[in-house]
Structure formats: C-alpha cells, structure tokens
Design a protein around this ligand. Structure first.
Ligand SMILES: Nc1ncnc2c1ncn2[C@@H]1O[C@H](COP(=O)(O)OP(=O)(O)O)[C@@H](O)[C@H]1O
Ligand SMILES: [Mg+2]
Length: 282
C-alpha cells in the first residue's frame, strides 16, 4: 500500500459532526469513549478523525502512536499551534498497535506532551478562545465524524473545543467527583455561550455517557444511586451506561480501542449501542 491510500480524505462536502468528549474532571472515560466510538464508526465505514487535546496522549496511544514526540517527522497538534503545519497537514492515519496496520477510515491529530503549555503559547493572541474554531473548517466536509478528546479540565484547550464543536458529550463515572465535573462543565458552557453563542457553538451538554465505577466490596450501591441521580437530572440525553469491565483496562494496556480489542465484551457492546443511539451509524 502506498501512503497515498492513507492520505487525508478530500473535501467532498460531507456533513461533518464534531463531538467534544469532555468533563471538568480527569478519569471520567473521555479517552475510552473517543477511541471506542471512533473505531466503531470507522468500522461502519464512516470517515472519522480524532483530535487529541491532552498532554497525557491517551487517545493517540489507543490509535497506534505510543509517543508522538519521539518521532520528529510526526506532526502533532502542538506543531499546528506553533504554525509549523496546518491542521489538515497534521492528520495521520490511525494504526492498530498490535498489527501495526493502518485502520481503514480512521485518522488522528496526535497529541504532544508540550500541549500543557498551550495557555502560555496562546497568551498574547487576540480572541485566543477561538484557536480551534479558526482552523477546524480545514477538516469539515472531509469526515463524517470528528471527535475531540479533551483533557480533564475546562481550561483553554477545552474552551477552544467547546466553541469549535457541534455536540458536547459529557463523559462521567457514576461517582461524585466526575459528576461534579459535569456541573462545572455546564457552567462553563453557559458562560461561553453567552459570549460566543452567535457562532453556533453548543449551548449545553448534548449527551451524557456514564461509565460505572469499578466496584470494591460494597461500593456498588453508591454507584447505582449516582447513576440514578444522573439519569434523573439529564433524562433522555443519557446514553447506554458503560458497565465496569476489565477488558477496558486490558485494552488500554494493549493500546487499542476496546471496540477493536474485544468487540463482544460488555463495554464494547455498550459503546457500539451508544454510537447507534447518537445516530452516528445504523
Ligand atoms: N467501563 C470501564 N470499566 C473499567 N475501567 C474503565 C472503564 N472505562 C474506563 N475505565 C478506566 O478508567 C480510567 C480512565 O478512563 P479514561 O477514558 O482514560 O478517562 P479520561 O480520558 O476521562 O481521563 C482508565 O484507566 C480506564 O481504563
Ligand atoms: Mg483522557
């Protein structure tokens, strides 16, 4: 295969949906969601691009790039912010970490550990909150789906994604800390929508994905109660709950999306259903 086969798709006028996977708290299942849904949609022949915003680089790793900074020839999102590459030039094909083969229909904009300096980097820029909004148009029309995997805070990286994206996916564990992160996120979106609503940014959380906390002894009831409270609060935007499933950390170790690593396990089936609930594929 030539590298051309893996070139970024042309703009064919696709109606691109841009999902922002986010929560003000870390460890809420954002990267697991991003990798799992991206792979599931690609498997359904949708053209998908994941943009990672986190210096921890989890989704880059799940999509086949263990340490993007180690290879000087690999463009990362940081290079885009540094204006060394355009966003479209920084799109690379996702790879299966086990077979090293390119994954059809799936692309990624890689993360760098330098992303933690984004705030400083953009400090002097006018309207820096628009940093992603200004360039995301380069990718619209080329993909059916773009998933932006945010870090576990609502600072400038996430703010940029919230303004640039179309639909906010609030990822949370059925635990107090992550559920509070969701509230923080809603406040932030309301704030931003007051300032930037006119450019068509999301005005609230569009979807909620609950991942069940991993049970230790008798903690099960606390998680059930929290899941119930979240369903009461968010009602019909709450998607299928992703149950605690040992295949997820296993897939993390194998550096693969869980929908690739073990498609028929409980968590993978939940993500497959979530994709259908969101009408990302049939
Ligand atoms: N369904 C699940 N069952 C068990 N562990 C999970 C599940 N989903 C996620 N995890 C674990 O939770 C941790 C945080 O998940 P991750 O997706 O990286 O969160 P975030 O990107 O929000 O920080 C990871 O160690 C992951 O393996
Ligand atoms: Mg993450």
């Amino acid at each position: 295969m030539t590298t051309d086969t893996h070139a970024i798709p042309e703009d064919t006028g696709l109606k691109t949906r841009v999902l922002v996977a986010t929560n003000g708290s870390a460890g809420s299942g954002k990267s697991t969601f991003s990798g799992a849904i991206a792979y599931a949609a690609a498997k359904h022949k949708k053209k998908v691009c994941v943009i990672g915003l986190d210096k921890q680089r989890d989704v880059s790793r799940l999509l086949g790039y263990d340490d993007p900074d180690a290879d000087p020839n690999l463009p990362t999102l940081y290079d885009v912010i540094d204006k060394l590459f355009t966003l479209a030039e920084a799109v690379v094909p996702a790879r299966n970490s086990k077979t090293k083969q390119v994954i059809p229909n799936l692309w990624v904009v890689l993360e760098s550990k330098k992303l933690d300096t984004l705030e400083f980097k953009l400090a002097g820029e006018t309207a820096r909150e628009l940093w992603l909004h200004r360039i995301l148009g380069e990718l619209r029309g080329r993909f059916d789906l773009i998933i932006i995997d945010c870090p576990g805070d609502v600072k400038l990286a996430t703010v940029g994604a919230l303004i640039a994206g179309d639909e906010v996916v609030g990822c949370t564990k059925s635990q107090e800390k992550e559920a509070r992160g969701l509230t923080e996120l809603e406040d932030k979106i309301a704030d931003l929508a007051a300032a930037y609503g006119h450019i068509g940014m999301p005005t609230g959380v569009d979807w909620v994905v609950i991942t069940e906390g991993v049970k230790h002894g008798s903690q099960g009831k606390v998680y059930k109660d929290m899941e119930y409270q979240l369903r009461e609060a968010y009602e019909d935007i709450v998607l299928e709950t992703v149950r605690a499933d040992v295949r997820v950390p296993e897939a993390y170790t194998a550096a693969q999306p869980v929908t690739l690593y073990s498609p028929s396990t409980v968590a993978a089936e939940a993500y497959a259903k979530i994709g259908r609930q969101m009408k990302l594929y049939r």
